[in-house]
Ligand binder design. Structure first.
Ligand code: SF4
Ligand code: SF4
Length: 75
């Protein structure tokens, strides 16, 4: 059961890959054949079930291109 979700703004991502490198759960990959509109390598949120919404990917992104959402139980 995923505990969070991230959104990557493709328009401002520069393809550095920090988000992928620093996600300790391996949720983000950078495939060699996906590109942003500006031609940078595009990271993909490929393992959403492992995400715990820790926020590290967003903190490490030098472009502030990632938003993290944490799922909460409805009361
Ligand atoms: S919020 Fe944490 S677990 Fe989820 S993708 Fe980002 S670094 Fe990985
Ligand atoms: S850290 Fe930010 S700029 Fe770098 S690849 Fe990930 S989303 Fe793109």
């Amino acid at each position: 059961m995923p505990r969070g979700e991230i959104l990557i703004d493709e328009a401002i991502c520069k393809g550095c890959g920090y988000c992928s490198k620093f996600c300790s759960r391996g949720c983000i990959t950078v495939p060699p054949d996906r590109f942003t509109p500006k031609g940078y390598l595009l990271p993909v949120f490929s393992e959403p079930d492992k995400c715990n919404a820790c926020g590290v990917c967003a903190w490490m992104c030098p472009r502030f291109a990632i938003e993290v959402y944490k799922y909460v139980e409805a009361q």
